[in-house]
Design a protein. Sequence first.
Length: 207
Amino acid sequence: MTLSRPLATALLCLAAALLAGCAGPRLVESDVSSYSTLAALPQPATYRLELLPSQQQQAAAFAPIQAQAEQALARVGLARDDANARLAVQIGVEGGIAYPRDWPYAGSPWGPRFGWGLGWSGHWRGGFGMGLGWTREMPPPLYHRKVSVLIRDIASQQVVFESSALYQDVWTSDPMIYGVLFEQALRGFPQPPSGERKERTEVLPPQ
C-alpha cells in the first residue's frame, strides 16, 4: 500500500504527538477497595513482613516489588521490625495482559498500528521501542496490575486492615507501577475511606 504525501505527513505528526505524550506525566488511576478496624496508628507502629512461599522462592525477582511495598508502608508511619513487630503484613501482586473488546478499529481492515515494548533483566534494565504504521489492526493490550495489602494484629491474630488497588491501561512500567499502586492502596491509612473509590497519581515515565 502506498500512502499519499498528506496521509504520510499526518501519520508522522501523529507519531510525534504520541512520542511527546509518552515523555510527559502519566495519570495512574486505580480502583481501590479498603477496609480498616483501626482507630489510630498502632503503637509501636512496627510490623514484620510475611512473604508467601511463592514470593520466597522467587526472591530475586520479587525483591524490587517488595522494596516498593516497604517504602509505601514507611510513608504511612509503619516501620519494619521483624523482632519487635506489633503487626504482620502480607502483600500480593498480580499482573497480566488483556485486550479491550470495544477497540474502535475492531472489524475494520485498516487502522493505526502503535506499539511499544519494555525489556526486563535481572536488574530491571531494558530497552524501549516504539513504532507506528497503518495496517490491519489488533486492539492494543491492556496491562492488568493489582496489589493487595493485608495487615493482622499479632497479639489478637485479627485482620485489622485490608486494601487493594487495581490498574488497567495501555501503559505500564514495572516495578514502578506497583509502587504507585501500593501507595494508593495505603492512602489514608489507618482510617481510609471504607469501600471502593478511585485514586489518581501523576507519574513521569522512566527516561
